[in-house]
Design a protein around this ligand. Structure first.
Ligand SMILES: *Cc1c(COP(=O)(O)O)cnc(C)c1O
Length: 380
C-alpha cells in the first residue's frame, strides 16, 4: 500500500469496529470490563491502551515505514520518552538548531538527572566524531530547522552516529512522513509533535515516537504507562481524522509555500528569504535529494529594521499572528518575541535570528490571497 492509501486504511479496518463503522467510533471509556479472570483483555484501562490510540499508533507507524509507534499527550511528552532512554552519567549531543522546548529540557531538566550534553552543528555531520565523548549515548536533531529552515543530511548524520554506537533521534515534525522517512535513512527513533502537520487542524496537542526496534518500543510503552502522558481518545480520533488528508494537505502546503517564497524573494521590502525550495537556498540540492517536497515552513527578513518587521507581523489579515505551525490556516510568527523569545538578543543573533525575521507557516488557502496579504503588510 502506498502513502495516501495507508493514511486512509492502516489501523482503520471496519471489521475491527463496532457495527462495522467505517470511521473508528470514539471509545471514551476509562476502563473496560473483563469477561473472566482467565482472559486478560487487550484493552483494560485507557492510560495503558485504548482503541483510538491503538488505531492512531498503527497508522503513524505505517506512514513512517516503522514497525512501532507510541502516541503521547504532547510532542514534548514524546521527546521526553526518547530522552528516558538516557541514564545518569550519559552524554547527549543536541543539534544547536532545535525546538525551544527541547532546548529547555537539555538546559534545565537533564542536568538534574545527571545527564550532560553538548550542542553540535548538524549541518556538519563530519564533526560528530570530534564532539562525541566515550559516554555519548544519544544524538537529537531536526530538519528542516526552525526558524532558519536549514536542511540537514539525515543519512550522513545517522551513519556517523551509528559508527560511534550513538542512538539517533530526529524530530520529524516540520518535514512530516509525507516528505521524509528518517527510519529508512538509518535513524533509530523518530519523534513528532502531532499537534502540527500530522493532525493538521490546530485543534489538538499530541506527540508520537516511532521506531523499528522492539526493545525501544517496549520501553516507550512502559514509559507512557508508568509516567502517564497518554493522549485522550477524542484527541486520538481527531488526529486520525487529520492524518487521512496529510498527503493532499502537504501537496498544497508545498505548492503555496513555493509561490509565496518566490513572491517574497522578488519583493522590494524583503532582504532575504529562507525556503529550501528556492534555488538561492544553501541547502536546496540536499533538500531536493532528501525530501519529496520542500514543506510549508519559511522565514524571511524584512528590510528597514525591527520596527518595520513588527509592523509587517501585526498587519497581515489572512496570516494569523500566532505561535505554532502545520495547520490548514496560515500563521505568522515573530521569532524574537514568540518561538525564540526566551533567548537573549545575542543568543538569537548567534543562531542567525535577526530582529527583522518573520516566520510563516503557509496554509492551504488560495495562494493569491496569501500573496496579496503579505504585499499589503509589507507596504503598510
Ligand atoms: C511544537 C513542536 C514540539 C513540541 O510539541 P508539543 O505538541 O507542543 O508539545 C516539538 N518539536 C517541534 C519541532 C515542534 O514544532
Amino acid at each position: 500500500m502506498r502513502f495516501s492509501t495507508k493514511a486512509l486504511r492502516v489501523g482503520q479496518d471496519p471489521s475491527g469496529h463496532q457495527n462495522l463503522a467505517v470511521i473508528p467510533p470514539i471509545v471514551q471509556s476509562a476502563t473496560f470490563a473483563w469477561r473472566n479472570l482467565d482472559d486478560i483483555p487487550r484493552f483494560d484501562y485507557t492510560r495503558v491502551a485504548n482503541p483510538n490510540r491503538a488505531a492512531l499508533e498503527e497508522v503513524i507507524a505505517g506512514l513512517e515505514n516503522g514497525k512501532h509507534a507510541v502516541c503521547f499527550s504532547s510532542g514534548m511528552a514524546a521527546v521526553m520518552a526518547a530522552f528516558s532512554l538516557l541514564e545518569a552519567g550519559d552524554h547527549l549531543l543536541m543539534a544547536s538548531d532545535i525546538y525551544g522546548g527541547t532546548q529547555r529540557v537539555f538546559e534545565n531538566v537533564l542536568p538534574r538527572r545527571g545527564i550532560g550534553g553538548n550542542e553540535f552543528d548538524a549541518s556538519r555531520p563530519e564533526t560528530i566524531r570530534e564532539q562525541a565523548k566515550p559516554n555519548t549515548k544519544m544524538l537529537i536533531f531536526e530538519t528542516p530547522t526552525n526558524p532558519n529552515v536549514r536542511v540537514m543530511d539525515i543519512a550522513a548524520i545517522a551513519r556517523e552516529a551509528k559508527a560511534l554506537g550513538i542512538t539517533t533521534v530526529i524530530d520529524n515534525t516540520f518535514a512530516t512522513p509525507a516528505l521524509t522517512n528518517p527510519l529508512d535513512l538509518g535513524v533509530d527513533i523518530v519523534v513528532h509533535s502531532t499537534t502540527k502537520y500530522i493532525s493538521g487542524h490546530s485543534d489538538i496537542i499530541g506527540g508520537a515516537v516511532v521506531t523499528n526496534d522492539a526493545d525501544m518500543s517496549h520501553w516507550f510503552f512502559e514509559h507512557l504507562k508508568t509516567e502517564g502522558g497518554a493522549p485522550s481518545p477524542f484527541d486520538c480520533w481527531l488526529t486520525l481524522r487529520g492524518v487521512k488528508t496529510l498527503a493532499v494537505r502537504m501537496e498544497r502546503h508545498c505548492a503555496n509555500a513555493l509561490a509565496v517564497a518566490e513572491f517574497l524573494e522578488g519583493h522590494p521590502n524583503v532582504e532575504r528569504v529562507h525556503y529550501p525550495g528556492l534555488k538561492s537556498h544553501k541547502d536546496h540540492d540536499l533538500a531536493a535529494r532528501q525530501m519529496r517536497g520542500f514543506g510549508g515552513m519559511m522565514s524571511f527578513e524584512v528590510k528597514g529594521g525591527a520596527e518595520r518587521a513588527r509592523r509587517v507581523a501585526e498587519n497581515t489579515e489572512t496570516f494569523i499572528l500566532a505561535e505554532s505551525l502545520g495547520g490548514v490556516e496560515s500563521l505568522l510568527g515573530y521569532p524574537p518575541l514568540m518561538s525564540h523569545g526566551s533567548m537573549t538578543e545575542e543568543q538569537r543573533l548567534g543562531k542567525g535570528i535577526p530582529p527583522t525575521m518573520i516566520r510563516l507557516s503557509v496554509g492551504i488557502e488560495d495562494v493569491q490571497d496569501l500573496i496579496e496579504d503579505l504585499d499589503r503588510a509589507l507596504r503598510a
